[in-house]
Design a protein around this ligand. Structure first.
Ligand SMILES: [Zn+2]
Length: 163
């Protein structure tokens, strides 16, 4: 089986940048990021996007659980789809990247999924991301073929002691 693991930076280089046609003059952002509200991730994501020259070139939507947020409640889905449609119509967005993450509080709260079983956790995110991507393509068919999803790893901190 092909190892599909990449870090976010590698994924952007390999899969995203070749598809993005960034034209600084048009003011179009082309890309919409959907992420979870988890406080551990935004700065890391912003830093990675900036390092790829994408600062100011994407719209960022945030829902608890990212993919799960699209599916969990009808009003969450409606809000997300409305805002995504706004990004497509007003900002010229042509790509969507869903960034789920491991050890997600929303997945734990609503699905009982925890990092204790990494394989089950991966499968739950794969399943929900597939459903969320289907919703996006159903609602906005012009995005078909241009919706990606990734599962970010847990960011561990190793305590080294104190004095
Ligand atoms: Zn989360």
């Amino acid at each position: 089986m092909v190892d599909q693991r990449k870090d976010l930076s590698q994924f952007i280089d390999a899969a995203l940048l070749p598809e993005l046609q960034l034209s600084p003059s048009s003011g179009e952002v082309e890309l919409v990021l959907l992420t979870c509200m988890d406080f551990r991730y935004p700065q890391r994501i912003l830093d990675t996007m900036e390092s790829k020259g994408l600062k100011g070139k994407y719209d960022h939507l945030i829902l608890a659980g990212a993919s799960l947020g699209v599916l969990l409640k009808p009003e969450w889905k409606m809000t997300f789809v409305d805002q995504l449609r706004f990004a497509v119509e007003k900002h010229g967005a042509k790509q969507v990247l869903i960034l789920d993450h491991r050890d997600c509080g929303a997945y734990k709260e609503f699905l009982g999924v925890t990092p204790d079983d990494p394989a089950q956790e991966l499968e739950a995110h794969r399943c929900k991301c597939r459903q969320a991507m289907d919703v996006i393509v159903q609602e906005i068919p012009s995005l078909a073929g241009h919706v990606h999803s990734l599962l970010l790893p847990i960011e561990n901190v190793d305590e080294l002691g104190h004095a």
